[in-house]
Design a protein around this ligand. Sequence first.
Ligand code: FAD
Length: 692
Amino acid sequence: AELDTLDILVLGVILLGSIAYFTKGSLWGKQKDPYAAANNANGMAARPARTRNFVEKMDESGKNCIIFFGSQTGTAEDYASRLAKEGKSRFGLETMIADLEEYDFDAMDTLPSDKIAIFVLATYGEGEPTDNAVEFFEYIKEDGVSFSQGDEDAPLSNLNYVAFGLGNNTYEHYNTMVREVDRLLTKLGAHRIGAAGEGDDGAGTMEEDFLAWKDPMWTALAAHMGLEEREAVYEPIFAISDREGLTAESPEVYVGEPNKMHLQNTAKGPFNAHNPYIAPIAESYELFKVKDRNCIHLEFDISGSTLSYTTGDHIAIWPTNAGEEVDRFLRVTGLTDKRGQVVSVKALEPTAKVPFPTPTTFDAIVRYHLEICAPVSRQFVSTLAAFAPNEAVQAEMNRLGNDKDYFHEKTGSQLFNIARLLEHVSNGETWDKIPFSAFIEGLNKLQPRYYSISSSSHVQPKKISVTAVVESSVVMGRKDPFRGVATNYLLALKQKQNGDANPSPFGMTYELHGPRNRYDGIHVPVHVRHSNFKLPSDPAKPIIMIGPGTGVAPFRGFVQERAQQAREGANVGRTMLFFGCRKSTEDFMYEEEFAEYKKALGDKFELVTAFSRETSKKVYVQHRLKERAAEVNELLSQKAFFYVCGDAANMAREVNTVLAQIIAEGRGVSEAKAEEIVKNMRAANQYQEDVW
Ligand code: FAD
């Protein structure tokens, strides 16, 4: 199962393109940090003149511990700042956290041995580095080849490091980043202190894995560096000061704008993870609605921007927190009356960065910039215990923070966010002693959510479709169900666009008009993230797509594209789509559209359906795939591309297993051999996954 030359060429170009995209061209030394200037102009906390030499930076700022993070969704960054905080408060380490993309690594061999580098590295997708770690990874990989372990010239023999990885065991390449970086650093002569930790999101134990890893690590590090533990006292990293004389109407005050250009209404490209495009929604509708399950389709108009996409890319949507959750947060923290107060936030130490532009208001920080609805970390509970409104509450917070089992017993099924937890533990009493800095440090930045683009760039280059299922789940003993942040926001936008003057999906309301009414007329901040999930360049090549539920999203784009190519007279190869949902009458999305594509593609297109709740025995896409074993095997030997999209936890893994079985049986090879064939297909990009 190999690719022909043309495909390899095209994939190569895509790969190069992606590297160029991810590294923003910096491998070629054109521009080291394209955001440096933009950020300063953006009104982010004033940054000192920047060096990309981290050893110099540590010297200048008197640091002896640097904590690098490779983060995609903010968790690794959060862990990095927690380690920084803990290292300082418990051991008196002079810590700084560092975004991997903001430094060069050629100075790595000059870090003196009495200092320490900590790497907190998430693995993304198929064993890949996160976007901000691409360049670092390339660098140590390239250097790594010329040195072997134990080599006296090992260039990093001065380097002492600590490593923790964030991964997901449901993916083929579990925690590849930390494993690889650890291996390469050792090979380059560096010394690891303590064990390299691994957190598993797949098992849902990330936070506990992190907590279990860090204590022995601190012990080892303290022994190595001769540090003495001291009573940890909370010290704020940010100073928050009232700006009397300014109001939310003052032109220099940020009320939710992501950066200075947006504040001044002069936003322009490049649009990216630091600078969103405020995109109009051209159209939105419900694909299905069954009881409390909604699935929506939205079309983002990018014609007014420099944004572009190709079929298979992702769009990132920047959500806004629900008004009810913002109110709850401000109420619990005693900030309701001060919500409109204009404040400046300044980092109290030179290496810390304020994660949003200021001056701004508490309301804007909580609504637009902090992930206030996410799961609560047990460590954060410990930190907040010191600020409890009374002793009984403090004792309870300490117990929750220190006793893993108790914490999970009390909070596990509740889907508490921070405000709900505080409210619950204090029985409604206000927590007005918590320094606001603790929230900026302890909560993540509000993250954009990614969606697999469900349209074809060939058919509609200036309109990006999204297919999203609205997140909600019933919580025992709670009146209101849990509601996902971004998808309920999108549902509210859909309701507004379709004539609802006061949209409130499930009682949630949103500031849909955005800061200074800039989102009026149904606009949402977005950016595009390019992916390697791509159709073969030659439409004649057969493709097999497995996309149950919203996993069908990119395949709607794929089939839309091939139908159009067929209409244009191209020779389009066999196009098989395995789609699954609960019932043909309930959640079978795009049914009519696929019938239209069928008209253009004729026998070339086949939609194979699996409805899990129509028969006594549940039927899933992998069962249908198995039933079509002979044909699937035949198409693969014709070098068909094989795609899987959707649920990473179960479906994608089972599809992988079934495919190996199909190959083993069809080709009369052992299961082990078949698994190897599947692995090689992945390596050659003949097998592509887009799972979450
Ligand atoms: P969130 O608020 O982020 O919650 C998501 C989940 O996190 C919850 O269901 C819950 O399990 C957990 N959680 C959140 N808060 C808590 C809490 N306080 N306590 C306990 N658990 C909690 N989705 C689609 O519908 N369509 C797509 O095409 C699509 N494509 C994607 C492509 C990629 C590459 C990726 C990474 C993801 C994709 N997703 C897609 C998923 C999407 O990005 C979002 O994760 C999803 O829509 C939920 O977002 P939300 O903000 O509504 O939910």
